[in-house]
Every structure is written in C-alpha cells, then in structure tokens.
Design a protein. Structure first.
Length: 122
C-alpha cells in the first residue's frame, strides 16, 4: 500500500550577503510577536529560548534601516513587544515573496513530486 505524499512546500531564505538573511524562522518569529505581543511568548511558541529569540530580533533590528521590533522592559506592569511599521513591511514582503514564488513554481513542484518514490503506509 502507498500513502499520499504531502504537498511540497517552499522554505525560502533571502540572503543579503554579509548584512544577514531572513527566512522562515525569523518571519515566524515576527508573526508570533505580532500575535502574542511578547518576545518571550513568541519564543516559547517556537520552542526557542528567550535568549535566542532576542538574538534574532537584535540581528533583524541591525539588518534593516529601521528596527523591526520595538520592546518595553518587563516589571510590575509587564513588558511587551510590537512590530514596527518596518517590521510589518518586512513580514508582508517576505510572505508575499513566498506566496508568489510558490505560485510561479507550482508546475515544477508538481513535476518534482511526481518523480518521488511511493511511500509505504506506516
């Protein structure tokens, strides 16, 4: 017996040379910060340490002309984080690029998938 192979998906990383890169992990982190309002909560959602999430935000804030995330320190009232206008633009452009690339390459992805070996059912 064979099982249906899942639809292929693109995982695009955009490399800006020595300046840095942005890919699916950083984009997801930005999405989760926008959703959760917290770097710590976004990191937890991704099973990522708080330190690693902060490092990625620091990298992105340094890469782009304007910061992508604005954060406030925790304390009695709690802290938080929001995407800046630049952060929303970066995220929108990345996700749009992914969607357009997937659409443009759909025929090639289908052809590649057709060449895969059938997978036995577990």
């Amino acid at each position: 017996m064979t099982q249906k192979i899942e639809q292929p998906a693109l995982r695009i990383r955009i490399v800006f040379g020595e300046i840095g890169m942005i890919g699916p992990g950083k984009a997801e982190l930005l999405e989760l910060i926008a959703h959760c309002g917290s770097i710590a909560a976004a990191g937890r959602e991704m099973n990522m340490s708080y330190k690693r999430a902060w490092e990625l935000i620091g990298t992105m804030n340094a890469m782009f002309r304007d910061p992508v995330v604005d954060s406030t320190r925790g304390g009695p009232g709690g802290g938080g984080a929001v995407l800046t206008e630049a952060g929303r633009q970066v995220l929108t452009l990345c996700r749009s690029f992914e969607a357009q690339s997937a659409q443009a390459g759909a025929a090639q992805l289908d052809s590649l998938q057709a060449l895969l070996r059938d997978q036995p059912k577990p």
